[in-house]
Design a protein around this ligand. Structure first.
Ligand code: PXP
Length: 252
């Protein structure tokens, strides 16, 4: 079954608007885990407007008590980010090419340009026992380059899929994701996905075979405002569980 990693950045964002520590990111993590989430994700940006390095430390400590739960830290591998990752030793580090002032992640890596810089970073993180995933647009050329520079997985940037979901171009756009996922699977790269996935569009996306993990924040935390965090996590898990029953490996 595709794993659900709950991105808690939006909980941190709300917490940061006051100085009294609520809502608590670690408490949200506990609730998500109790509801069955397979992983917890944070994206500590340089300006710490969402998750702060202290959140990463606290989550890393908490997750040592939940060894079955994966910790995923996302971000652009600036020196400070790499310090945070070295200290936290997450299960997975997802490298993202977002600029410090970016509103949110808005594109995947262009590896012809950045691959040489990323290669030693990937090697170092893998030597520390951290799985490395690269945030990519659904582009087979980028997938091949990700393999060449030593990544373990890719994370497909799903905003264009989500934006196309109600339009006439959905099939064309979706086909790009299917192809990129197939290319990655053939190259023995794991495939994650994330950005703007929600209760409406997740099911169809996970009809793509072999999606290892989806990381979901904005929509899930928004749903949590209406239905509660535990129920929101369970609603996403239900969709993933239903997809498991209908997908099969189309590369065999
Ligand atoms: N993956 C990456 C690399 C991201 O930066 C984000 C947003 O922080 C997500 C997944 C989750 O996107 P969303 O918050 O839209 O679910």
């Amino acid at each position: 079954m595709t794993k659900l990693s709950v991105n808690l950045n939006k909980v941190a964002l709300l917490r940061n608007t006051r100085t009294i520590g609520i809502p608590s990111v670690t408490k949200a993590a506990r609730i998500a885990i109790s509801a069955g989430a397979h992983g917890i994700t944070v994206h500590p940006r340089p300006d710490e407007r969402h998750a702060k390095s202290a959140d990463v430390d606290e989550l890393a400590a908490l997750l040592t008590t939940f060894p079955h739960v994966e910790f995923n830290i996302e971000g652009n591998p600036f020196p400070k980010f790499l310090e945070i990752v070295r200290k936290a030793r997450p299960t997975q580090c997802t490298l993202v090419p977002d600029s410090p002032e970016a509103f949110t992640s808005d594109h995947g890596w262009e590896l012809a340009e950045h691959g040489a810089r990323l290669r030693p970073i990937i090697e170092e993180l893998r030597d520390l026992g951290i799985r490395v995933s690269l945030f990519l647009d659904p582009d087979c050329e980028q997938v091949r380059r990700a393999k060449e520079i030593g990544a373990d997985r890719i994370e497909l940037y799903t905003e264009p899929y989500a934006a196309a979901f109600h339009g006439n171009e959905l099939e064309t756009v979706f086909e790009q994701y299917r192809n990129a996922a197939r290319e990655a699977h053939a190259a023995n790269l794991g495939v994650n996905a994330g950005h703007d996935l929600n209760l409406e569009n997740l099911g169809q996306f996970c009809a793509i075979p072999n999606i290892a993990e989806v990381s979901i924040g904005h929509a899930l935390i928004s749903d949590a405002l209406e239905m509660g965090l535990s129920a929101a996590v369970q609603a996403y898990l239900k969709i993933l569980s239903a997809s498991r029953d209908t997908t099969r490996d189309d590369t065999e």
